[in-house]
Design a protein. Structure first.
Length: 334
C-alpha cells in the first residue's frame, strides 16, 4: 500500500509564535481544503498549535491572576464572555455535524470533520476556563445554559434555525459554507480578536486561550472562502443563491439583540479594568490607543469596523459585491 507523504512540521499559519493575528490572517492568507486535510490537522494543529496546550488551551506556565478568581466586575465580565462563547461553540459543533455527510468530496469532508473537532475544543476550553475561575465543575454545563438562556433564545436560536434550514433541511452544502463562514464566523471572528486583545495584559491563560482559538478561525475562514470562490467560478449560476443566503443572514444578525448583551459585558469590563489599571498600564488595544482610554461603545464599534473590513476583503476575493453584508451590525457579539 502506498501513502501520500505529508510534511510533519507545523505550517506557519498554525504555528503558535509565527501565526498572524486573526484579522490579518483571515484577510490575507489563501488556504483550500486540500491544504488543510486530516493529515495537516494532526501534524500542524494537534501536534503544532496545541503542543503543550491540548488540555486547557493554554500553557501550564500561563497563569490566571488571583483577582480573576475573586468576585468582582472583571471576573463577572469574563464569566459572561466565555460562558456565552462556550455555548456558541457548542451550538456550532452540533451544526457542523450536518456538514460532514453532505460534503461533496473527501477534501471537504475531512476539512469539516476537523472544524467540528476545533469547535468542540473551543467550547471545552471556554467552559473549563470558568472552572479555573472558580465555577463548580460538577454543574458547569447546566450553569452555563442557565446563565445564557436568554442569550440563546434571543440571539443564538434564530441563527441556529436559519443554518439548520439550509444544511439539514435543504442539504445545501455550499449554502451552508456561505452562512457559516461569511455570516456566523465572519461576525464572531472580530469578537475573538477583541477578546484576545482585551485579556492578554490581564491574564496570560485567558489571552492564550483566545490566541489558540483565533489561529483555528483563520483556517476556518480562509478555507471556506476558497471553497466559495472555486464553487462560484465553476458554477456561476449559483451566484444569486449564495448572495441571497449571505444577505438573509446579514439581515438576521441585524435583527437579533446582541448589542445589549455585549455592552452589558463591556460595561462590567470597564469597571474592572479601572480597578486593575496598574496591570494594564500603557498597553495599546490597537495601535495608538491605550486600552484604559477606551469605552465599551468604542470597543464594540471597533469590532464592528473589523467585521466590515473582513467581509469586504473576503467578498472581493470571491468576486461578490462588497455591499452583500451591508448593515450586519453585530461585530462584537459572543
Amino acid at each position: 500500500m502506498t501513502t501520500t507523504p505529508h510534511d510533519t512540521t507545523t505550517s506557519p499559519e498554525a504555528d503558535w509564535d509565527a501565526a498572524p493575528g486573526l484579522l490579518e490572517g483571515a484577510m490575507k492568507l489563501t488556504l483550500g481544503p486540500e491544504d488543510c486535510d486530516l493529515a495537516y490537522w494532526i501534524t500542524s494543529v494537534a501536534q503544532g498549535t496545541l503542543r503543550d496546550r491540548g488540555v486547557t488551551g493554554h500553557h501550564r506556565d500561563a497563569g490566571v491572576p488571583g483577582f480573576l478568581r475573586a468576585p468582582g466586575p472583571l471576573r463577572e465580565a469574563l464569566v459572561l464572555e466565555f460562558g456565552f462563547r462556550g455555548l456558541s461553540e457548542e451550538i456550532a459543533t452540533r451544526l457542523l455535524g450536518h456538514y460532514v455527510p453532505i460534503a461533496p468530496g473527501v477534501p471537504e469532508m475531512e476539512f469539516y470533520s476537523t472544524q467540528l473537532i476545533d469547535e468542540a475544543r473551543h467550547a471545552r476550553v471556554f467552559r473549563n476556563h470558568l472552572v479555573e475561575l472558580g465555577m463548580p465543575a460538577a454543574t458547569l454545563v447546566e450553569d452555563i445554559h442557565e446563565m445564557a438562556a436568554d442569550y440563546r433564545r434571543r440571539v443564538l436560536q434564530p441563527v441556529e434555525d436559519f443554518t439548520l434550514g439550509i444544511v439539514r433541511d435543504q442539504k445545501d452544502f455550499i449554502g451552508g459554507v456561505a452562512v457559516f463562514a461569511i455570516v456566523i464566523e465572519g461576525v464572531l471572528a472580530p469578537a475573538a480578536e477583541l477578546s484576545e486583545r482585551k485579556w492578554t495584559p490581564l491574564s496570560p491563560a485567558t489571552g492564550e486561550i483566545s490566541r489558540g482559538t483565533a489561529i483555528d478561525e483563520i483556517r476556518h475562514l480562509t478555507v471556506a472562502s476558497t471553497l466559495l470562490k472555486d464553487h462560484l467560478a465553476a458554477h456561476p449560476e449559483s451566484r444569486d443563491r449564495v448572495l441571497e443566503i449571505i444577505r438573509d443572514g446579514a439581515r438576521l444578525w441585524d435583527e437579533v439583540p446582541d448589542r445589549e448583551f455585549v455592552i452589558h459585558r463591556e460595561e462590567l469590563f470597564q469597571v474592572g479594568m479601572s480597578q486593575h489599571a496598574e496591570a494594564i498600564g500603557d498597553y495599546e488595544i490597537w495601535p495608538g490607543v491605550r486600552m484604559l482610554d477606551t469605552t465599551p461603545e468604542q470597543r464594540y464599534d471597533m469590532a464592528e469596523q473589523w467585521t466590515g473590513e473582513m467581509a469586504r476583503s473576503r467578498l472581493e476575493y470571491m468576486g461578490l459585491p462588497l455591499d452583500a453584508l451591508d448593515g450586519p451590525g453585530p461585530g462584537a457579539t459572543a
